[in-house]
Write a protein that binds this ligand. Structure first.
Ligand SMILES: CC(C)(COP(=O)(O)OP(=O)(O)OC[C@H]1O[C@@H](n2cnc3c(N)ncnc32)[C@H](O)[C@@H]1OP(=O)(O)O)[C@@H](O)C(=O)NCCC(=O)NCCS
Length: 194
């Protein structure tokens, strides 16, 4: 099965196919020490990493239906702000935002659009989505909460790291409709909603 890249729009964002023209921005953003700690992107990150991600991995993963990846761009001016993806096998959402674009709710906005697309049949057969993050990644957890995920505590709550080992992780799930207890499920790690 082949997935065809699709463009999603939100009030402030356009989510579309990342291209090789994004290589400079991706290379710059991926130098962020938070990425070493929380993501499995290569570390250190080189321009060649960006070129193979954008020129090979992203289009091939759309074509093979393994992973749908979008560039997160500002509607106003078109600048690349980050990336967001859904991995088909686990229906797991993943995302990052360049440091100069954080703190404005942009990733929450992007995540809601991607969750809605996925659960409305964008990814055939997907009826539940998974979110995982290294314990302590509060920014990511707040995005998952905003996107309607419900925190769960499986017996083995881990996430893989770039060297193949695992770290203790927070997990959450989201179905087509938001569970009534989704927002409160985060209270033990994020506190009550403001
Ligand atoms: C996770 C990430 C995309 C969040 O970006 P963001 O711009 O803060 O996202 P948003 O503005 O949409 O909202 C997230 C919320 O978390 C808050 N937040 C972000 N970083 C935080 C931190 N380190 N500590 C506490 N709160 C944080 C934001 O203020 C916002 O709060 P609000 O909902 O009360 O307004 C960004 O921090 C990032 O790229 N981190 C590195 C990559 C990463 O960890 N990706 C996720 C892997 S699972």
């Amino acid at each position: 099965m082949t997935l065809h890249p699709v463009t999603l729009t939100t009030p402030r964002l356009v989510l579309d196919l990342p291209t090789i023209a994004d290589a400079d921005a991706v290379t710059r953003y991926c130098q962020d020490p938070l990425f070493e700690r929380y993501l499995t992107t290569p570390w250190p990150y080189t321009r060649a990493d960006a070129e193979s991600f954008l020129g090979a991995f992203v289009p091939q993963a759309w074509a093979s239906s393994d992973e749908a990846t979008w560039a997160v761009r500002l509607t106003d001016g078109g600048a690349l702000a980050g990336m967001i993806s859904v991995r088909a096998e686990t229906t797991e959402i993943g995302f990052w935002l360049g440091s100069d674009h954080r703190g404005a709710g942009l990733m929450s906005e992007a995540a809601i659009a991607v969750v809605e697309w996925t659960l409305a049949g964008g990814l055939p057969g997907a009826d539940t989505m998974l979110w995982r993050a290294v314990q302590g990644n509060v920014g990511s957890a707040k995005v998952a909460r905003a996107a309607g995920f419900r925190r769960i505590e499986p017996a083995r709550a881990t996430v893989p790291t770039r060297d193949g080992s695992t770290l203790p992780a927070w997990h959450a799930v989201r179905g087509a409709s938001v569970s009534p207890d989704a927002a409160t499920s985060w209270a033990s790690i994020l506190g009550a909603l403001p």
